[in-house]
Write a protein that binds this ligand. Structure first.
Ligand code: AMP
Length: 470
C-alpha cells in the first residue's frame, strides 16, 4: 500500500517520496487513515516506528482542510517530553509541509532558551505548536497563547511525560483543552498512569498496538563485552578501528563521564563530542547536529540521548556504563537499527556491573551474548548477587563492597549463557578490586524534564530558534 492509497494528498506524498519513504510503516498504515477521518488514536509506538509521520502527515492535511476558528487560535498542539524531541518534530513538520501550496505556521516552544522569541512567534496563533508541558504552561500564564479551541492534540511519548514527572502539568493542560477535539496518544509503554490518561482523554479511539520495541527488532545485534572497568576506553578505541563503526553513540552514566571519555577519545584523534543535560540548548543542538552531519564519529552521552533522538544511519550504540533499568536499555539500543537498517548494540560489562547486567538480562527476558576481546580479557573476577526472585532486583538489597570483594575472591565468572563461545579462556589471576572515581557532585543523569523555565531575559535581539514562518 502506498501513501497516496492512505488518502494523503499529492504535496504530502511528494514530501515523503523526497525523504525516500517507499511505503508506510505499520503504525502509519493504521494511524493515517484514522486521523484523516478525525478519529482519536491510541497507539503503542516508539521512536523509530515512523510515529511522527503517522500523526504529522494526516494532521497537516486536516489543518489545510479545517481552518482555525480564529486568527489567535492554535490548530494542532503536540505535547512532547523533551526539547530535543520538540526540535526534531518541528523539523519533521517542516519537511512534510515543504510542497504545500498553502503555508502553515509551525512553532515549537520548549524550555532552556528565552521565551521571548517563542512569545513573538505565537502572536497571531499558529497552525501547529509543538511544546514541552512546562514551557507551554508558562506561555499560557503569560497570555502568549491559549489552547481553549485547539482542534487536535497529540501526546507524544506519553509514558516519558509521566516518567519525567509532568503529571501536574498534564492535568492543568488537559483541563484547558476544549471538549470537542481530536486526540492522539502515542506511547512506547502503557504504565497505569498512561492508560488512565488515555481513557480520560480519548473518545472511542482506534487502538493501534505493535510490538515494535527494539527487543522485537531483529535488526539489532546485541552483545556484551567483558572488560576491566579501567580499560573500557582502550577497548572502545580498539573497537572504533572497525571501518563499520562510522558513527557511534556511547552512553555513560554521568555528565562528567561524557566529557572525560570524549576527551580521551579526542586525544587518540577520534572526533568525539559530548551531550548531557547541563549543556546549554545551543551546545546540545550543535553536538547532535555535528554528530548527524558526520563531523563527529562518536557522541558520548547520558540518557538524555536515549529517547526520542532520531539519528539516521547510526550503526553502533555502546553502553560504556550500563543503563539503570531495562527500560533505559531498550531505549538506548533503539537508537540504532532504525528505519529498516541494521545495528549493533554493545554493552561493556565489568566485575562491578556484572550483577546489574544479569538483572537487566532477567528483566529483559533474554540472554545477551557475552564475549571477550583478545587483549582485553578482564583480570578482575565478577561478583554475583542472587537475583531477587520477587523482582526487587536492581533497587533491592545491595551488597556492601566488603561482601562483594569477599564473593569475588571465592567465585569465578559464570559461563556465558549464550551459544557464543568464549574466545579466550585464560587462567585468571587473583581478583583486583576496581574503583571508579568521579567527582562527588557528579550524579548519574537521566533525561530531565523541561520545567517552568520562563527567563526574564532581554532576548529580543536573539535569533528565534523556536519559530518558523513559511
Ligand atoms: P520516528 O519514529 O517518527 O522517530 O521516525 C523514525 C525514522 O524513520 C525517521 O528518520 C523517519 O524519517 C523515518 N521514517 C518514517 N517513516 C518512514 C517510512 N515510511 N519509510 C522510511 N523511513 C521512515
Amino acid at each position: 500500500m502506498s501513501f497516496s492509497d492512505l488518502g494523503l494528498t499529492d504535496p504530502l506524498v511528494r514530501a515523503v517520496e523526497a525523504r525516500n519513504y517507499t511505503e508506510p510503516t505499520p503504525v502509519q498504515l493504521e494511524a493515517i487513515p484514522a486521523v484523516l477521518e478525525g478519529k482519536d488514536v491510541w497507539a503503542r509506538a516508539e521512536t523509530g516506528s515512523g510515529k511522527t509521520a503517522a500523526f504529522a502527515l494526516p494532521l497537516i492535511q486536516r489543518s489545510l482542510q479545517i481552518p482555525r476558528p480564529n486568527r489567535q487560535s492554535i490548530g494542532v498542539l503536540v505535547l512532547v517530553p523533551t526539547r530535543e524531541l520538540a526540535v526534531q518534530i518541528e523539523q519533521s513538520f517542516a519537511a512534510y509541509t515543504e510542497y504545500l501550496p498553502t503555508q502553515l505556521k509551525i512553532v515549537s516552544a520548549y524550555g532552556g532558551v528565552s521565551a521571548n522569541p517563542q512569545m513573538m512567534a505565537l502572536r497571531g496563533g499558529a497552525d501547529i505548536v509543538i511544546a514541552t508541558p512546562g514551557r507551554l504552561l508558562d506561555l499560557i500564564d503569560q497570555n502568549a497563547l491559549q489552547i481553549g479551541d485547539v482542534q487536535a492534540v497529540v501526546l507524544d511519548e506519553a509514558d516519558k511525560l509521566f516518567e519525567l514527572g509532568f503529571t501536574e502539568e498534564l492535568t492543568r493542560i488537559t483541563d484547558l483543552l476544549p471538549q470537542e477535539r481530536q486526540t492522539l496518544l502515542f506511547s512506547a509503554t502503557f504504565p497505569p498512569a498512561v492508560s488512565t490518561l488515555a481513557k480520560s482523554l480519548l473518545t472511542d479511539p482506534v487502538k493501534i498496538s505493535f510490538s515494535e520495541s527494539p527487543k522485537a527488532a531483529p535488526a539489532i545485534t546485541e552483545k556484551a563485552i567483558e572488560v576491566d572497568a579501567p580499560r573500557r576506553t582502550q577497548l572502545l578505541l580498539h573497537l572504533l578501528q572497525d571501518p563499520a563503526w562510522t558513527r557511534v553513540l556511547v552512553f555513560v552514566s554521568t555528565k562528567y563521564s561524557t566529557g572525560h571519555v570524549a576527551e580521551k577519545l579526542r586525544r587518540a584523534d577520534i572526533t568525539a563530542g559530548s551531550l548531557h543535560g547541563q549543556l546549554s540548548q545551543g551546545a546540545r543542538l550543535k553536538a547532535i547536529n555535528d554528530f548527524k552531519a558526520g563531523k563527529l564519529q562518536v557522541l558520548v552521552a547520558t540518557d538524555l540521548a536515549a529517547r526520542g533522538l532520531d539519528i539516521p544511519e547510526l550503526p553502533v550504540v555502546v553502553n560504556y556504563d550500563l543503563p539503570r533499568s531495562v527500560v533505559s536499555y531498550t531505549h538506548r539500543i533503539g537508537r540504532t537499527g532504525r528505519a529498516g537498517q541494521s545495528g549493533t548494540a554493545v554493552s561493556f560489562v565489568t566485575a562491578d556491573t556484572f550483577p546489574h547486567f544479569q538483572l537487566i538480562e532477567k528483566r529483559y527476558d533474554r540472554v545477551i551474548p557475552r564475549e571477550q576481546i583478545e587483549g582485553f580479557s578482564p583480570f578482575a573476577l565478577p561478583t554475583t548477587i542472587p537475583v531477587n526472585p520477587d523482582g526487587g532486583g536492581i533497587k533491592g538489597k545491595r551488597k556492601s563492597k566488603k561482601d562483594k570483594l569477599r564473593e569475588a575472591a571465592g567465585q569465578s565468572l559464570p559461563p556465558p549463557p549464550s551459544p557464543t563461545p568464549r574466545p579466550t579462556a585464560k587462567a585468571q589471576p587473583p581478583p583486583r578490586p576496581q574503583r571508579q572515581s568521579r567527582p562527588p557532585q557528579d550524579r548519574p543523569e537521566r533525561a530531565e524534564p523541561e520545567r517552568n523555565e520562563i527567563e526574564s531575559s532581554f532576548a529580543w535581539h536573539r535569533p528565534r530558534p523556536g519559530s518558523r514562518r513559511r
